[in-house]
Write a protein that binds this ligand. Sequence first.
Ligand code: FMN
Length: 401
Amino acid sequence: MPDKRNNALSSSSLNELKLKNRLIKAGTFENMSPNGIPSQGLIDFHKRFANGGVAMTTIGYCAVENAGRLNANMLTMHEDFRSEIVQLVQGIKRHDCKVSGQMGHCGAFSKNHTLKRRPKGASGGLNLLGFTEGMWFCDAMSLKDIDSMVKAYRDAAKFMKSVGFDALEIHFGHGYGLCQFLSPLTNHRKDNYGGNLENRLRLPLRVLAAVRAEVGDDFPILAKITMSEGRRGGLHYDDSIEICKALDAAGIDAIIPSNGTSTMNPMLMFRGDSILPALLRYERNRVMRFILRLMGKKMFPSLPFYEMYLLEQAKRIRDAVKCKLVYIGGATSGENFTQILNTGFDFIQLGRTLLADPDLPQKLAFEPRFKSRCTHCNQCVGTIESPQGIHCPQFTDATAL
Ligand SMILES: Cc1cc2nc3c(=O)[nH]c(=O)nc-3n(C[C@H](O)[C@H](O)[C@H](O)COP(=O)(O)O)c2cc1C
């Protein structure tokens, strides 16, 4: 047995939820729900991390309504899929692992061809993802649309609690629907939902209040945010502190400060090798391949990877809020985990590290300084479009079932 236990293996709680350790599998959209129906592969994928010892796994991108799906192969949190989603959640929970669901809405950025109208977001314009499906434009949401989006979150929260999710993670970041309201780059509204930060926070805070009202005070709700969009005029690190203060005051249980956007600046989220080669490997659409070849180098530049690359900025949030903080971004070893927890974070979410080493928590028990073999080649990011679903193509034993 090890002489000294890594502190990431100590138990803790998130609101009333007891977690056996501090390690949480981050939401990584799996692409294992053809036509929105969760497959056995999706259950097996999460079981892999459960058996590896994480305290909680996060089912990536659970759309709160059909209009919130980026594409037609995403889960929708709706009664129509109750039995399949119950099977998914309960199937994972049997393996001594809690299950969180990431509540997502894509807003104006979608290639969901089952949507028989333009996608809607904070403001109208081009639909950057929909080109290949002939969905060129998006519309600005009316006040009625805003009310119905809030209702969609509330209904989804009720549904998700009823099927057995242990926690809900609201996605406020990465350029998706709620982030489109927060960002001055995508929110050009002239009403109460646009303009200063107080107004841009109005819809996100309404959503949080609606979800909280539905699940009750003792149910854990996490928020994933983008600290900086890395674009002139976009959200910046100082804004994120104000956003976190507002979420904290509104009763969030934990904040996950991430970075960048899928729409404009994904490499800030990942760092490491450019995701372009991986995207090209799996992209089948010829128009999209052409766009990627033309603009990909500029959109997805390699950014030098360094361990815990978001720590310096994320720790500024520690002093600003009372809620728990979950670190994410390049945490790869037992030594990293110790440093992160000693800096004041309560939990650590792991994405690529676990895709390469699903058994990491178990290994840490025997080797407190265990270091993941993930090289941040970012090939896993491209597998989002793979028919097999996401996996680590470099260490194929990792996600082999
Ligand atoms: C294949 C893949 C899919 C991802 N999908 C999502 C997603 O659905 N939702 C989300 O918030 N983040 C998603 N992410 C980002 C991760 O949650 C995380 O923020 C990022 O990978 C940095 O953490 P890491 O260094 O531990 O991988 C994804 C990452 C990867 C590698």
